[in-house]
Design a protein around this ligand. Structure first.
Ligand code: 5GP
Length: 172
């Protein structure tokens, strides 16, 4: 039987919010260029749309990280795909994420990228499940704050399915 998916955030609303985020980033980084460091695979759709809406020069880089709870507060992160230090050093880097949940992955990725001496480092996430935090973490740019439902679409998967849905939905 096919899964039922309820629309949580329609496509038009996502598009409009991405344009707002881009406007804010354009203003904050006026006169500079930014490196969008996109976390695979989920944030791909979001970062492409964001990049298209930005008017400042943009560089695209990609990482894939898996985080595990460790003894430190942020846990440890394993980079399945990494970028060379030169892609980060001296650059204005914005880590682009699909959803901040416990905060573990981004806290660890941000700590790691900080060791590579970027000119500045910020985080932009399409979604924020703020009530699910395990480690303290705040995104600098957040599209939508949502509850603790498991969401799919717009790049987010459920067992690799549903990434191509043009909206954010909840599988029932
Ligand atoms: P965190 O380290 O913040 O707990 O994990 C963030 C990662 O967990 C996201 O990048 C995403 O891969 C996954 N994740 C968390 N919540 C959801 C969700 O509702 N749907 C999907 N598809 N992935 C999620």
């Amino acid at each position: 039987m096919a899964d039922t998916i309820d629309v949580l955030i329609p496509e038009k609303q996502i598009d409009a919010r991405i344009r707002e985020l881009a406007k804010q980033i354009d203003a904050d980084y006026a006169g500079k260029s930014v490196t969008l460091l996109t976390t695979l695979k989920g944030a791909c759709f979001f970062s492409c749309e964001l990049a298209k809406c930005l008017t400042i020069p943009v560089f695209m880089e990609y990482i894939q990280a898996a985080s595990y709870e460790g003894t430190s507060s942020t846990g440890t992160v394993t980079m399945m795909l990494d970028v060379p230090d030169t892609a980060v050093a001296g650059k204005h880097v914005i880590i682009v994420e699909d959803v901040i949940d416990t905060g573990r992955t981004l806290a660890a990725v941000k700590d790691l990228m900080q060791t590579r001496n970027p000119a500045s480092l910020a985080v932009c996430s399409l979604l924020d499940k703020h009530e699910c935090r395990v480690v303290p973490f705040e995104g600098d740019y957040v599209g939508f704050t949502i509850g603790n439902d498991f969401v799919v679409g717009y790049g987010l998967d459920w067992d690799q399915k549903y990434r191509n849905l043009p909206y954010i939905g909840i599988v029932r």
